[in-house]
Design a binder for this molecule. Sequence first.
Ligand code: JFZ
Length: 500
Amino acid sequence: MKNKFLTIVALTAMGISSIHGQAWLGSTTEKPKEKIALKYGPISPNPRTDADMQRFREYGLGQFIHWGVYAIPGNEWNGVSARKGAAASEWIRSWSGSTAPKDWKNTYDNLYKSFNPKDFDAKRWAKEAKGMGAKYVIFTTKHHDGFALWPTRYSDYNISKTPYKKDIVKQIVDAYTAEGIDVYLYFSILEWNNPNYLYAAPKNDEEKKKYQKFLQYTRNQLLELLKNYPQIKGFWFDGTWDKAWISSYEFTYQLEKELREKHPGLIIGSRFRNDENGKRHFDTNGDLLGDYEQGWERKLPSSFESLNGNDWDCVMTIPPNGWGYMKDWSGLYTKTSDDLIEMLMKSRSMNGNFVINFGPDGNGDFHPEEKKIMKEVGEWMKLNAKAVYATHHSDLSSTPYGYFTQRENTVYLTVFNRPVNNILRIPIDKKAKEIPIKASLLANGAPSVIKHSDIGLDRDKNTYYDILLPKDFTSDKAFVVEIQLQKGSANTQKLMDAKM
Ligand code: JFZ
């Protein structure tokens, strides 16, 4: 109850519900005492234990790219900003109100005729993403405007009709795969200007027939993507919140099955389909639909426990909102590399992947601020990757200094808050079977002294291991202390309690 209430308050504050009419879900599900029988519940086991899913868990850092014809206006038109008239830069087609240009939708729907990104170089993008440390990329094949960045046979509104002509999805898939970066395709079900698209559930035979055409079109496009780009690892679905799609649970269930059969190992998040009761992300029983929780959008979970062991990723914009190219970043709080690195390590400490979004411009260049972020995150990753990739939540109690991640017997403490006395005091449960024996700085390998300090800070539940940081070590970014655990017990002194 409490969680639900908080969710509603948060949503109202962000005005999200007014954009999508769909509440963000998060892991706030309460499970019923007895399982309710479902015909259209989860298809894949949860959690998945296969190698492809294990690979997903180890990514750590990802890159999201929003690219389409909305990159041309870049959230403005003829010098007028769409900031107050459109929900986000990639939503600029829905620009309305006093600032919207005359006949805007028509102008927008003709933008593809000038889409000709002369600087686009997929190999360069992939190299830069690799330099940032990304292990997977999520690329928009088609956003809500319906414009396809591949030469789809099922709609004329696609890249082959632009002056650029060449298949962009193919170039992305090939270039990123060649760099060892796994590719996931973003695909919006929602299409604003498709005559067969419906928002409300079809009411009569005519509407049903029309929507059937839309569903077949969606299926055709997805099968086409799998056929054209067999290297892809998964789909990242979006725009699945409208009633017509929600009412099509029989179709979407079959489609998910078909996609999985055609492409073994395929990874699909929880945003694709709902059960027969219209439950999205989590079914009527509170079980995850899809392979990982896909509701963490521009926000992070508050605790590891609240995630109920589900896999998840968080997708994050650098500006407050706006995923497509935005020419003007002035007057906005844009996240720094420090902000993003902190969110990355917080995600990793809770078993999640963290995905940073980029919105290249109409020429195929990244925003100068994005280039800076990419470089800074990449420099940090070069030193600290061991704390990020293939790590997981650590059972050590959370610490005010930063975040713990762990791989086998090695614990990484990414320090964001350095204590003035240079002592990192790590509480270890007195009953723990493993204790810290060695610590060093990832940045330069310098060893740190560990001292066992047995003082009753928290009612004697824990004993403490003090890691003494070298005083002459300075860093203007978060830094990582690598800590070796070894089997053993803390041998705490049993002091007699005073008579009181
Ligand atoms: C969607 C899109 O509308 C947006 O343009 C962008 O592509 C983003 C990644 O996904 O936006 C959403 C979708 C769901 C929520 C919020 C924004 N949500 O559930 O809170």
